[in-house]
Design a protein around this ligand. Structure first.
Ligand code: ATP
Ligand code: MG
Length: 173
């Protein structure tokens, strides 16, 4: 179903703001960013990435979520300033049950499934999940999804487009 990424991100981050005392920053383009997707599953990816950012970064450090509208695709970046992932582990953290060597069960609970599930969901949407990280400095996870073509967006029913009149008008202008 058609889904507006900026709206989804804003909603999910609001839940995290309510639950955790930590600065969360959201950067969303003025334009609406429409994708075809399963709302519950894409929300689960965001929750997994935000939970990781929260778990693997010190209290008080900000977490930033940024939505980018590119030619043909949408990107959602979740950035933290936490423990980071050692270079040698970076290609493996998307595997089932894999946990990097700088996390221990004693200090950070978890099974090593969140990223495996998230990356599967991104692929099911013909997208991808990638990471950039530096051990000791932080991580940025990026989900890329194919964007709906503008002629498809223009055909959406008015009730779907009327999420936020101002942003919708600008996006269609
Ligand atoms: P869970 O199944 O509860 O999500 P998990 O968080 O350990 O457990 P994943 O979310 O799949 O599992 O992440 C896999 C591993 O990748 C983590 O164990 C950790 O080593 C590393 N990792 C993931 N996100 C981050 C992050 N934001 N900062 C540092 N390390 C991370
Ligand atoms: Mg996790």
């Amino acid at each position: 179903a058609p889904l507006e990424v900026g709206q989804l991100v804003a909603e999910v981050v609001d839940h995290f703001r309510a639950a955790f005392e930590r600065p969360f920053t959201v950067e969303v383009p003025r334009d609406r960013v429409w994708v075809h997707g399963d709302r519950d599953r894409l929300e689960q990816v965001l929750v997994n990435l935000l939970e990781n950012a929260h778990k693997y970064s010190p209290a008080g450090e900000p977490i930033t979520v940024r939505v980018e509208k590119l030619e043909g695709e949408a990107r959602i970046h979740v950035q933290d300033h936490g423990i980071g992932i050692p270079g040698a582990d970076q290609s493996q953290v998307f595997q089932r049950f894999y946990r990097a060597r700088n996390v221990s069960h004693r200090n950070f609970g978890g099974l090593g499934l969140g990223l495996f599930i998230s990356s599967s969901i991104a692929k099911l949407h013909r997208g991808s999940l990638t990471l950039a990280s530096s051990e000791g400095h932080g991580s940025t996870f990026t989900m890329t999804l194919p964007r709906m073509a503008s002629h498809e967006v223009k055909r959406l029913p008015r009730r779907v487009l009327l999420l936020d009149e101002d942003r919708t008008q600008e996006a269609l202008a």
